[in-house]
Design a protein around this ligand. Structure first.
Ligand code: FAD
Length: 383
């Protein structure tokens, strides 16, 4: 095979699998190295139902990769935000005028499995249990370690693509070669996932075709539907103050908070204490880089390049757009350094804009969607 059309991707998550497919479909030889085991064999790590909002930006990439149909079979439509007021009233704020303007809730684990199947079918070579440890850029050799037994495996590469998420090991290796202008801004708020199980009759306990929001000023709860008739609830709280993850520490504390502030949600979450104590508390941060590539040797995309807070539901969608852009530039431009530079020039300003919108949307979702003026304005827009 022509070595100029070979590429090595680190990370078989959402972006890694889509980029691999897009390139393999264009005749590239693609190797993907993933730290975890194959989720198709051992189930998705964590086992919990974690879902993501998929928007048109992301669906465009899935269509190009030939994955949209399979993904949409398990997606649940969300027509708008269902706002839950403190007094128990609810209000559906539609995203668009009709069902042609909606977003979709997709199961992260099922999505990853579909994307891996499609990648493999396209001829991508997938290597699981291979966590990138270090890179010798001069010799173009990468060293991977099997987390199960610590054994080391080396691989020669033409170029490396970092699709290894917010804690990217490739980014750390690149930063040892050149200043990437990296900075991380922590939000000072964190999150915890909880679950609403199916109703006793097997159906959904609340309106399935909506993204539910319980806005409470400095904090909030959201819930997205899963096709198995559950909802993944995410509680967002500050790290300090009252209430916060510093003051709400135990399952009993969480129950008291819900009884006071999310009273209509409380009976929907029977295992609140268990979920709260068992599930990790996730940090929220925005990652900014001034440089996404090292000449033609390595490039970053998705969360590895621009992790963002989740309030616009666009991290994955933006990562999928990156995949389409990078595959296009690599295909059009045989000089890797030029292709990576063109990719960065196209996508970095977009990523910055989406990162800013994601931060703004936290204020809107937790504070403004239950504001009377805001509701009046939305009602007039819909009229
Ligand atoms: P990841 O999905 O993180 O994949 C990285 C992969 O690399 C993983 O498989 C990992 O195991 C692997 N890896 C890591 N280190 C190594 C290594 N050293 N060697 C080899 N492999 C490695 N986005 C949306 O669009 N909509 C939403 O509704 C949404 N909701 C979110 C809610 C929360 C609470 C959070 C935290 C994020 C949310 N996001 C959402 C963002 C979305 O999850 C990310 O933007 C998306 O997962 C990025 O994809 P990725 O492929 O870049 O990284």
């Amino acid at each position: 095979m022509d070595t100029d059309r070979r590429i090595t991707i680190v990370g078989a998550g959402l972006a890694g699998a889509v980029l691999a497919t897009l390139l393999a479909q264009r005749g590239w030889g693609v190797d993907v190295y993933e730290k975890r085991g194959d989720p198709r064999v051992q189930g998705y790590a964590g086992g919990r139902s974690i879902n993501l909002a998929l928007a048109e930006r992301g669906r465009h990439a899935l269509r190009l990769a030939g994955a949209d149909e399979a993904v949409m079979r398990q997606a649940v439509m969300m027509r708008g935000r269902m706002v839950h007021f403190l007094d128990g009233r609810t209000d559906l704020q539609r995203y668009g005028r009709d069902d042609s303007e909606v977003i979709w809730s997709v199961h992260r684990g099922e999505l990853n499995v579909i994307l891996l199947d499609i990648a493999q079918h396209a001829g991508v070579r997938l290597h699981f249990h291979r966590g990138l440890e270090s890179v010798d850029f001069a010799a173009r050799r990468a060293r991977f370690v099997d987390p199960r037994d610590g054994s080391a495996h080396e691989a020669q590469f033409v170029s490396l693509v970092g699709a290894d998420g917010a804690g990217s090991a490739l980014r750390a290796a690149m930063a040892r070669q050149a200043d990437l202008g990296e900075r991380t801004e922590y939000l000072g708020h964190s999150y915890k996932e909880l679950e609403i199980p199916p109703a006793p009759d097997g159906g959904f306990r609340i309106e399935p075709n909506a993204l539910h929001v319980w806005p409470r000023g400095r904090y909030m709860c959201i819930a997205l539907p899963n096709d198995e008739r559950t909802f993944t609830v995410t509680l967002f709280l500050p790290n300090a103050g009252e209430p916060s993850f510093a003051s709400v520490r135990s399952g009993a504390d969480a129950r008291a908070l819900f009884a006071r502030d999310f009273a209509d949600a409380l009976p929907l979450i029977p295992d609140l204490e268990r979920d709260f104590e068992r599930n990790p508390t996730g940090l929220l941060a925005t990652l900014y880089l001034d440089r996404w590539h090292l000449a033609g040797e390595a490039v970053l995309l998705g969360d590895a390049a621009h992790a963002m807070v989740p309030f616009h539901g666009q991290g994955m969608n933006c990562a999928f757009e990156d995949c389409v852009a990078l595959a296009g530039h690599l295909d059009a431009q045989p000089d890797r350094a030029a292709a990576f530079a063109a990719f960065q020039a196209e996508r970095l300003p977009n990523a910055r804009a989406i990162q800013a919108m994601a931060l703004e949307n936290y204020l809107e979702m937790r504070d403004r969607v239950d504001d009377d003026d805001y509701l009046l304005q939305r009602a007039l827009e819909r009229a």
